[in-house]
Design a protein around this ligand. Structure first.
Ligand code: SAJ
Length: 425
């Protein structure tokens, strides 16, 4: 089978390589010259475990090449971004998807399949993509096949999850669904779940909304327990001993381009029916300011405090700082007239980020841990010898567990200690 994948980002590139390494002929398409150059020269342009090996293998086999223009194929897979519009409900911007579909139409032939993997608002396939394909003279379900198959892989585990996760295959008609199943059957070992395009759109969005709402509940619990002087993290551990309870982990906010984005695609389509989803978005969006407030409380009696921020990515062990609550907190602290702020993150290459841990913590009054990178797990008090003698540690991810017994250590379970201490000063 010949497959053309449009969009070689975090999902499109691994997907293209998996097809190539399972015997298909793959053309990867991207508009970025630098992405195309890198790939053609054998180099991946994103951090993802195992991906470089997959590219090496695909290039060696001669079954993968990267191009600027869409090539004819049996199957077209669209995997381009769907950002939020900046309107009231942050609605889904379909521009890239529509333009990718338009780039496919001139080479589309009878018998071909188009699959949209990008995350899209409910009914986008039926109301927007299907009319575009029909307008170009094809009959969907008869001589071309149109499918929504949302990507559902976790950054950091993409290669494994592409093979072993179940896939939702949502066709415009049953014949479309069957065509979609035949494509993923070439390498997916998870179950292929047949459904309609609209149900596929909605289930993908609800998976991430479920997480967002539950994280909001955990974050709200932190605020309640802070007020009532109860350890929220202990409460979560205890409640999760119940066989049917799964409280999520609180943190400095919800980032990434999935959990912090997808709920708005449901909200925009049904604003009056979604008070819970909207409230959860608000709770999670306010977490960065809540953490900054706690930093201010901790530092209120130090004249010109120095702060070291550890971790800027939106979650641990990745290099992605887009939609990162850690970045939002860092920016708010930098903006603070009184603070001197440095950031350390060995996964991020940017001029405002240090990759030298010792230099970052030199003489700092407060260390603020914002992501759960593996390397922070083993932090011990000795690692902070270069910091100020009474250095305070605020660990918003509860990751530096070897520090928990130290006097100046705080996590989201012990925030009420801050209030007690500051009122005694
Ligand atoms: N977070 C918490 N508390 C938690 C779990 C996560 O505060 O208990 C935060 C993280 O720190 C991060 C954000 O939420 O800032 C999102 O992290 P994540 O690991 O839950 O999700 P993503 O955005 O990296 O990937 C999600 C996944 N969806 C689900 O687990 C339902 C992934 O499977 C999807 O493919 C991806 O979204 C997507 O593309 O939609």
């Amino acid at each position: 089978m010949k497959i053309t994948v449009v969009g070689l980002g975090y999902i499109g590139l691994p997907t293209a390589l998996m097809f190539a390494n399972h015997g298909q002929e793959v053309c990867g398409v991207d508009i970025s010259e630098s992405v195309l150059n890198k790939l053609t020269n054998g180099q991946i342009h994103i951090e993802e475990p195992g991906l470089q090996k997959e590219l090496d293998k695909a290039l060696m086999s001669g079954r993968f090449h990267a191009r600027r223009e869409v090539e004819p194929a049996d199957t077209f897979i669209i995997s381009v971004p769907t950002p939020n519009h900046s309107d009231t409900y942050k609605s889904c911007n379909l521009d890239y998807v529509e333009s990718a579909v338009r780039s496919v139409l001139p080479v589309l032939e009878k018998g071909n399949t188009i699959i949209i993997e990008s995350t899209i608002a409910p009914r986008s396939m039926v109301d927007h993509i299907y009319p575009m394909v029909e307008a170009s003279g094809f009959t969907v379900g008869e001589n071309v096949f149109l499918v929504h198959c949302p990507e559902r892989v976790l950054p950091g585990q993409v290669i494994h999850e592409l093979i072993y996760n179940n896939r939702i295959i949502g066709g415009i008609t049953d014949a479309c669904t069957e065509a979609g199943k035949a494509v993923y059957n070439t390498f997916v070992q998870g179950e292929l779940l047949a459904t309609t395009a609209s149900a596929a759109e909605m289930s993908k969005l609800m998976e991430n909304t479920y997480r967002d709402v539950n994280i909001a509940l955990a974050n709200e619990l932190v605020k309640v327990c802070d007020e009532l002087d109860i350890d929220a993290l202990e409460v979560i551990d205890l409640a999760n001993k119940h066989p049917r309870v799964n409280l999520h982990s609180p943190g400095p906010g919800v980032g990434g381009h999935c959990l912090a984005v997808d709920p708005y695609f449901i909200i925009e389509k049904a604003p009056r029916q979604t008070p819970l989803i909207q409230a959860s978005r608000t709770v999670n969006s306010l977490m960065p300011s809540f953490i900054v407030q706690k930093v201010e409380d901790l530092l209120h009696n130090i004249a010109k405090p120095k702060i070291a921020v550890l971790g800027l990515t939106y979650k641990g062990n990745i290099d992605d700082i887009r939609e990162s609550p850690a970045m939002e907190i860092f920016d708010q602290l930098v903006f603070h007239a009184n603070y001197q702020v440095r950031a350390f993150d060995s996964h991020v290459q940017a001029d405002f980020v240090s990759t030298d841990f010792k230099e970052t913590i030199d003489e700092v009054d407060l260390v603020l841990i914002l992501t759960d990178h593996h390397e922070f797990k083993n932090l011990k008090l000795e690692d902070f010898e270069a910091a100020a003698s009474e250095v305070i540690i605020l660990d918003t991810k509860n990751i530096a567990t070897q520090l928990t017994n130290s006097d100046n250590y705080y996590n989201l379970g012990s925030l009420s200690k801050i209030n007690t201490k500051t009122t005694h000063v």
